[in-house]
Design a protein around this ligand. Structure first.
Ligand SMILES: [Ca+2]
Ligand SMILES: [Ca+2]
Ligand SMILES: [Ca+2]
Length: 683
């Protein structure tokens, strides 16, 4: 199948460049010019600027034959300006160290990393000369964890790039997404911390949206004023890029005792403006602050560990920059920037990913190299749910730890039922297919009253184009609001604001009807409001049946209540992504952890907010890995991973509320993290 796809790719790309012969001719011309220029410069080929073959002789990097098999099949049919990683031959320092460890068990000696860096740098410089002749724009270079140049190029030039002699692969730059969800607090390492195993002496690089190092969770001043001093503006509207210079300057406030270093590889405006770099990784988006807190903030899993805030994800969206990410991996290998990787961090945390992850993508390759060179790489499986092969890269890197999300101990599956009298035609009564909003839980005793449909029910919000409160138009006409259960259509504003308004008007309960077809009633996040009454949601079809019934009966009665609460502890969270990896069909994820936390909220000083998903589970594992590295500092990442996996709790179920069926390995891997048991394995 892959071969066929590649042949299709060839056809598409040849079409894209408008025929082969002209292209070949222009390449030859460029190549001759470059060779001439080098030769005339110093009379011989430039030492170090070429590739070194197995015999040790230096040869020039030149255009050769078009090599379409170097181009990712995913670029087939690409047109116009695209961003790609051009990977080159020279092994980077991490790969050299990995090979050394495999062969002798030793790491690179001091100086060898810079020697590898020099070779990579020379190869990249030479290659960039050729790339410049094609008119491409260089977006960034990665030189320690991986050897590749990110360029912006017209797709028609891909064959020419593939013809550069030392190019190994041309892959798209992937901009993964952060995974955001809701859950509640959990810490899995209290027993270890109680005996001083809290990750102290270890360092975790959080590749994310930055860290609010002014937050009390990281030992900062813990005031909004301190945040503003560091970041320039409170993130009240984080979708608008800030232009305040304080977001890009250290202001004497960074690094801190807890967040001991970092860098901003993405800037404040991307993706609305080009990627920029600055020394201040202060968080504005919020994700990285929560992740860092769970991993190693005060109250976090490895509360004694230090953090690097490596900002690679947008300040204003949930996207992570694919160039910045690889630069971030390089930073984690060499935080002091001297070219030697003997100061590499202990653990890299990436609570991000791209669904259907491919081992061939450059971030995955860099993650493998970093791991084989000695850094524990922990990445999110993703929140794409129970679909085979959907597990994300870079977590699918063979050496990385891919993290699934399990339920927190207090998690409950809640069931409710709605009874309507007289019942709507053609619908079950009672109706148990109702959505339960955790911010407006029904009671175990009935919420009952006359059922009145009032329309969309939004409060005024000029920003949403709602200049005045949506008029309540009661059906049946003249029906009371106070004391009734209001049926309200979904749409246009936050559901919780509809409930707040209804509660203030005296309604005793709310039923929100979906406004799009579907079999599952909608679940809404809390979007504000102070007066909340018990609320459920129903499908559009059920809502329509109620709307047909209401005008025909003087006073329809409704009653709903909670009917059961079933503990979910020991279960996998439905949204946690399923493996195996699509490349090489290896079993992923490796391990699960509860993803729910109340974690530090950016810009609040001391505030916390709900945080979760596999984004929340990943730093739990990263913190556990830091604890393991504290106790076993010379153990390799593969051994650390094995210790965590071999001690995991295996009795994890797909849905404890439904059956005792164990979750498949492709969802939970070896099981759920038990740090104390992992420590006991080699105690
Ligand atoms: Ca600053
Ligand atoms: Ca910045
Ligand atoms: Ca270094």
């Amino acid at each position: 199948m892959k071969r066929i796809a590649m042949l299709i790719a060839v056809a598409a790309l040849l079409n894209a460049c408008g025929g082969g012969s002209d292209q070949a001719e222009s390449q030859a011309t460029v190549s001759n010019q470059l060779t001439t220029a080098r030769t005339s410069a110093n009379g011989s080929l430039i030492s170090g600027a070429g590739d070194v073959d197995s015999a040790g002789s230096v040869y020039a990097i030149e255009f050769g034959a078009v090599a379409l098999d170097r181009i990712s099949a995913s670029l087939r049919g690409a047109k116009g300006s695209i961003d790609v990683w051009v990977a080159l031959k020279q092994p980077p320092a991490a790969a050299r160290q990995a090979a050394r460890i495999d062969a002798t068990g030793a790491k690179l000696a001091r100086g060898e990393s810079n020697a590898a860096l020099a070779a990579v740098d020379a190869e990249q410089t030479s290659t960039m000369n050729l790339l410049a002749s094609l008119g491409v724009e260089v977006l960034g270079r990665v030189r320690l964890s991986h050897n590749a140049i990110a360029v912006r190029v017209d797709a028609a030039q891909l064959p020419a790039i593939s013809s550069i002699g030392n190019v190994v692969s041309v892959n798209p730059v992937i901009h993964p997404v952060l995974a955001l969800a809701e859950v509640v607090p959990y810490v899995g390492a209290a027993a270890a911390q109680a005996v001083g195993k809290d990750g102290r002496g270890t360092r975790i690089a959080v590749l994310d949206s930055g860290i609010d190092y002014t937050h009390a969770a990281f030992g900062g001043p813990g005031t909004v004023a301190a945040y503003v001093a560091a970041a320039g503006v409170n993130p009240s509207n984080p979708s608008v890029p800030t232009t305040d210079p304080r977001a890009s300057t250290l202001d004497g406030l960074f690094p801190t005792a807890k967040v001991i270093g970092g860098y901003d590889f993405v800037g404040e405006g991307w993706p609305f403006t080009p990627r920029t770099e600055d020394p201040d990784p202060i968080d504005r988006q919020g994700h990285g602050t929560s992740v860092g807190h769970i991993a190693a903030g005060f109250g976090g899993v490895a509360s004694g560990a230090s953090l690097y805030a490596v900002k690679v994800c947008s300040a204003v969206s949930s996207s992570c920059n694919g160039v910045a990410l690889l630069l971030g991996v390089d930073f984690a290998l060499d935080p002091n920037g001297d070219g030697e990787i003997d100061d590499a961090v202990d653990v890299i945390n990436m609570s991000l990913g791209s669904a259907y992850g491919q081992i061939e993508d450059d971030l995955t390759q860099a993650s493998s190299n970093a791991s084989r060179a000695g850094v524990v790489v922990v990445a999110a499986a993703g929140n794409n749910a129970d679909h085979p092969y959907i597990v994300s890269s870079p977590s699918i890197a063979a050496e990385a730890i891919s993290v699934a999300q399990t339920q927190i101990p207090s998690a409950l599956a809640r069931f409710a039922a709605l009874t309507v009298s007289p019942p709507p035609a053609g619908q079950p009564n009672p109706n148990t297919n109702v959505g339960i909003q955790d911010w407006a839980l029904p009671s175990t005793s009935p919420t009952a009253g006359q059922l009145v449909f009032v329309g969309r029910g939004c409060p005024a919000d000029p920003a949403l184009g709602i200049p005045v409160d949506d008029p309540y138009v009661p059906v049946p006409a003249g029906a009371p609001i106070a004391g009734s259960i209001l049926l309200i259509d979904r749409g246009a504003c936050n559901a919780s604001l509809k409930v707040d308004r209804a509660a203030k008007a005296g309604a005793v309960g709310v039923i929100i009807a979906d406004n799009v077809p579907g079999t599952a009633p909608p679940i809404f996040g809390f979007g504000g409001g102070t007066n909340i009454v018990p609320t459920i949601s129903v499908t559009q079809a059920y809502g329509n049946a109620l709307k047909l019934l209401l005008p025909t009966v003087p006073a329809v009665k409704a009653s709903f209540q909670l009917t059961a609460e079933v503990p979910l502890v020991g279960g996998i969270v439905a949204s946690s992504a399923r493996g195996p990896s699509i490349s090489k069909v290896s079993i992923k994820p490796e391990i699960g952890a509860p993803g729910a936390s109340l974690a530090a909220a950016v810009g609040t000083g001391t505030g916390v907010a709900r945080f979760g998903g596999t984004s929340g589970a990943t730093p739990v594992i990263a913190g556990a890995a830091a604890i393991m590295k504290q106790v076993h500092p010379t153990r390799s990442p593969m051994i650390i991973k094995a210790l965590l996996m071999n001690s995991a709790e295996t009795q994890i179920r797909t849905n404890p509320a439904a059956s005792a069926e164990l979750a498949p390995i492709t969802r939970i891997g070896a099981g759920e993290l038990r740090v104390d048991r992992a420590l006991a394995l080699e105690a």
